[in-house]
Write a protein that binds this ligand. Structure first.
Ligand code: FMN
Length: 159
């Protein structure tokens, strides 16, 4: 790939993957790219969790058999969420900033020859699913995918 246009065109949704997990150093490189996304008021709302086997097992249990199968498609799963505050304007901007950060991860993966796929598993719209991965509900429980903000931090968790 020579230019940015070519890179953007090369990023496509994949649903079949090889068996080997993405090496840890590559994951860290990709998450470092995410931090370069624009963020209004520097809230840096994105949160990324690399799902380890125990968390994945809890999530699959919460998801039920048919969705659990989809969670087994890729050998490495990175969960992206946004730390929201309950302020609608700020939250809208923070969801956009998180999407920008995710896109950087996807483009970085493409650049490195790593196949990727962005999806929102239905289980993460449930309280049980969010609990399985350690996402705290929004203060007003308005059913979002956001986390209660606990200050600015950059997480890479493996459990
Ligand atoms: C916010 C978001 C959520 C998505 N959720 C799903 C999903 O739940 N299931 C799925 O198969 N694809 C999902 N996709 C992938 C899109 O369907 C995919 O990007 C689209 O078909 C275009 O294909 P491309 O990524 O190859 O350009 C999602 C994409 C985005 C941006």
């Amino acid at each position: 790939m020579t230019g940015f246009g070519e890179l953007a065109a090369a990023r496509r949704t994949h649903k079949a993957f090889g068996p080997d997990p993405v090496p840890r150093e590559t994951v860290l490189e990709l998450l470092a790219l995410a931090r370069l996304a624009p963020t209004h008021h520097m809230t840096q709302p994105w949160r990324f969790r690399v799902l380890g086997p125990e968390t994945l097992a809890r999530l699959k249990e919460a998801a039920g058999p048919s969705e659990a199968e989809k969670l087994d498609r890729a050998p490495t799963l990175v969960l992206a969420s946004a730390a929201l505050t309950g302020d609608l304007v700020q939250d809208e901007e923070d969801v956009c900033a998180t999407a920008a950060a995710i896109m950087l991860v996807l483009l970085g993966a493409t650049e490195r020859g790593v196949a990727s796929y962005w999806r929102t598993p239905a289980v993460l719209r449930t309280a049980r699913g969010r609990e399985a991965v350690g996402i705290r509900a929004m203060p007003d429980s308005r059913g979002g995918y956001g986390e209660r903000s606990s200050g600015r931090h950059y997480d890479v968790e493996e459990r």
